[in-house]
Write a protein that binds this ligand. Structure first.
Ligand SMILES: [Zn+2]
Length: 82
């Protein structure tokens, strides 16, 4: 397998981090804590693996079709810029 290269800066130095991902689709949302991502150590560009995104999509569909219960609910404040 060839080494990955950052498409932004060309660096091949990555680190794995866990972030809180906000998935939204057609006005519905799912907040996904502990989402594993790879971050370019040089420029900070965040990369999501296809497998991770697929898993999040699946969880989103399951939760919004009541096939899976979420861990928790958040009330999120909203305010337009300005
Ligand atoms: Zn980079």
């Amino acid at each position: 397998m060839s080494e990955k290269q950052c498409t932004t800066c060309g660096s091949s130095a990555y680190e794995t981090r866990q972030i809180t991902y906000l998935y939204s689709h057609q006005g519905k949302y799912l907040i996904v804590p502990n989402t594993p991502v790879e971050v370019c150590q040089h420029c900070g560009t965040v990369y999501y693996s296809a497998a991770v995104l697929k898993r999040i999509e699946q969880q989103f569909c399951d939760i919004h079709s009541d096939a899976m219960a979420p861990d928790d609910y958040l009330q999120v404040p909203m305010k337009a810029f300005g």
